[in-house]
Design a protein around this ligand. Structure first.
Ligand code: SAM
Length: 274
């Protein structure tokens, strides 16, 4: 191992195929630097001489920890607090009012390090305190992701550096978190409301139950059109009647109007089950 392992065109293609098959993530052209920089560390940690040794193990289907490490290294976990604020306003002003009575189940389906799921909890608490949500309205929040290390951070609910500030106003930082050394941790009242679990969006959704609202933002952009369609069909089945789906602000649904009706509220878009 030299620290910067060479990567042939065949090896690159084999790694790209593996990622697409396991996680749906398409690498596209010209991402060799990404594979070298991100998987170089995995080679070292697992004592592998080169990418051929890695591919041999991946093809053999062995070493679950190695497979998880590869997926983990190749996912992009960028996220921040209250990303696309219009979605949180629609959640309170439209969905929590319109969805039928009873607990609203909300799924953050590519939760990364947890900022999205906790931002939902913060928003709903504030809305209830302000009287914008009926006092007897309840909710459950599930955060899932394929990346074990991202989920580990979400479960710890502990944030440091930029992750502890990006998207947050100082006043919110004081109200929702408590200091923990140089970092901050989400207060237990909000932590109690969010459950996290490792879940691959390519797996069947059967065991997850039904949801009133699904946030699936900034992940389907990595998937092929076929995979995207398949996941949207399964989201459609997993939603209650009139349930709602949020996509990332740069993602579109134009070809899937048979499944979802687009609604614009202020500056935000939400997709309602048809
Ligand atoms: C860019 S982050 C988006 C985080 C958050 N939804 C947001 O918009 O801020 C994309 C997340 O999707 C996850 N992901 C990628 N492929 C996945 C899959 N097949 N199943 C579940 N999660 C996946 C990644 O691990 C990553 O944490």
């Amino acid at each position: 191992m030299s620290g910067k392992e060479p990567l042939s065109a065949n090896q690159y293609q084999a790694i790209a195929d593996y990622l697409e098959k396991q996680a749906g993530i398409r690498l596209g052209l010209g991402k060799e630097y990404l594979v070298i920089s991100r998987l170089g560390g995995v080679l070292r940690e697992h004592g592998l001489a080169d990418f051929d040794a890695l591919l041999k193990l991946l093809r053999g289907g062995g070493r679950a920890s190695l497979q998880a490490a590869v997926i983990d290294a190749m996912t992009t976990n960028e996220t921040f607090w209250f990303r696309d604020p219009a979605h949180y306003r629609i959640l309170v002003d439209v969905l929590m009012r319109e969805l039928s009575p009873g607990p609203v189940r909300i799924w953050s389906a590519a939760a990364s390090t947890g900022q999205e799921a906790f931002s939902i909890a913060f928003t709903l608490h504030d809305a209830r305190s302000a009287g914008a949500i009926a006092p007897d309205r309840t909710w459950e929040i599930l955060g899932t992701d394929i990346s074990a290390s991202a989920l580990g951070q979400a479960e710890a609910a502990r944030y440091c550096g930029v992750a502890a500030t990006r998207g947050l106003m100082p006043e919110q930082r004081q109200r929702f978190f408590e200091p923990d050394g140089d970092c901050v941790q989400v207060q237990s009242a909000y932590r109690r409301e969010v459950r996290f679990r490792n879940f691959n969006l390519l797996s069947p959704f059967d065991g997850l139950g039904h949801f009133g609202v699904i946030f699936c933002r900034n992940v389907l952009i990595y998937f092929s059109q076929e995979r995207k369609r398949n996941i949207l069909e399964r989201f459609h089945r997993a939603l209650v009647p009139e349930g709602a789906l949020f996509l990332g602000s740069t993602e579109s649904m134009s070809e899937h109007t048979d499944l979802f009706r687009m609604e614009r509220h202020g500056t935000g878009l939400v997709y309602r089950k048809v």
